[in-house]
Design a protein around this ligand. Structure first.
Ligand code: ADP
Ligand code: MG
Ligand code: MG
Length: 263
């Protein structure tokens, strides 16, 4: 089957580096989906599809419905996240309350923990790749840079988005904990309203990531509660071995205090 046989294409939802994403509607059921079209030349398309299929068992991962192939492209039909991107909600709201931030962060940590347990490093955790459902639940998207790694295996290629990249990625020897760092950059943005590392050039930004000391006791972070600052500090730790894991984040006092417990 061709995608045109099964779906009616709709409005554009977003544009990324390689592909574009459009809304589409199943001719059979009338249900709406998102369709990401990627050029066939990219070897990474196969990996993106394979990893999405591998991770389909978690409610926090965007589900892949089906894949179509034609002359020059692949079409990935995915579950539609009609609530838009987290980045747009952040731009609109500025800073989030600690309660809201903790609950978003808990859901993000649960899905990152799942990816890691399944042997996958996402490598591009940022609010442009975190989508929202109609009811506001987060869904991790864009597995275009994701990699499956064996226990103890490390990666070396520079990948990710400059402001979110972990220091060990810049050095060129990294693994799952890189996702925790990127999530920490995001948590900082949620709580403070700005990114923790900035620079006038890419070099200046990377220099800040590799060496800037974040003193969470300084004036700048006074509006953030002490437990939240403690968590940020434990995540934005350059020493990878000392940086906390997803499990440890989930049991941190700040997370437990603000997130609803489900039995
Ligand atoms: P890229 O790899 O090019 O960054 P993404 O997978 O991140 O592509 O998708 C690009 C944009 O398309 C997203 O930021 C988002 O705005 C939109 N998008 C992607 N997937 C969905 C989806 N399942 N539902 C709604 N919008 C989506
Ligand atoms: Mg993306
Ligand atoms: Mg991508």
């Amino acid at each position: 089957n061709k995608i045109e046989d099964d779906y009616v294409m709709g409005e554009a939802l977003g544009k990324g580096k390689f592909g574009s994403v459009f809304m589409c509607r199943s001719k059979l059921t009338g249900v709406e989906f998102a369709c990401k079209t990627l050029p066939k030349g990219e070897e990474t398309v196969h990996r993106e599809v394979e990893i999405m299929q591998h991770l389909s068992g978690h409610p926090g991962v965007v589900t892949l419905q089906s894949v179509y192939e034609n002359g020059e492209s692949f079409h990935l039909v995915m579950e539609l996240c009609s609530g838009g991107r987290l980045i747009d909600r952040m731009t609109k709201e500025g800073r989030f309350s600690e309660h809201t931030a903790a609950n978003i962060f808990k859901d993000l940590m649960l899905v990152i923990q799942y990816c890691h347990d399944m042997g996958v490093v996402h490598r591009d955790i940022k609010p442009e790749n975190i989508l929202l459902t109609a009811s506001g639940k987060i869904k991790l998207a864009d597995f275009g840079l994701a990699m499956r790694i064996a226990n103890g295996q490390s990666l070396s290629g520079l990948a990710g988005s400059p402001a979110y990249v972990a220091p060990e990625v810049l050095i060129g020897d990294y693994g799952k904990k890189t996702d925790i760092w990127s999530a920490g950059v995001l948590l900082h943005a949620l709580l403070v309203g700005v990114l923790p590392f900035q620079g006038d050039s890419l070099d200046a930004l990377f220099e800040a990531i590799k060496s800037m000391k974040l003193d969470f006791h300084s004036e700048k972070w006074q509006s953030v509660s002490k437990p939240a600052r403690d968590l940020l500090e434990r995540i934005l730790t350059r020493d990878v071995a000392a940086r906390i894991t997803a499990e440890e984040v989930l049991s941190h006092p700040w997370m437990l205090f603000y997130t609803e417990r489900t039995l």
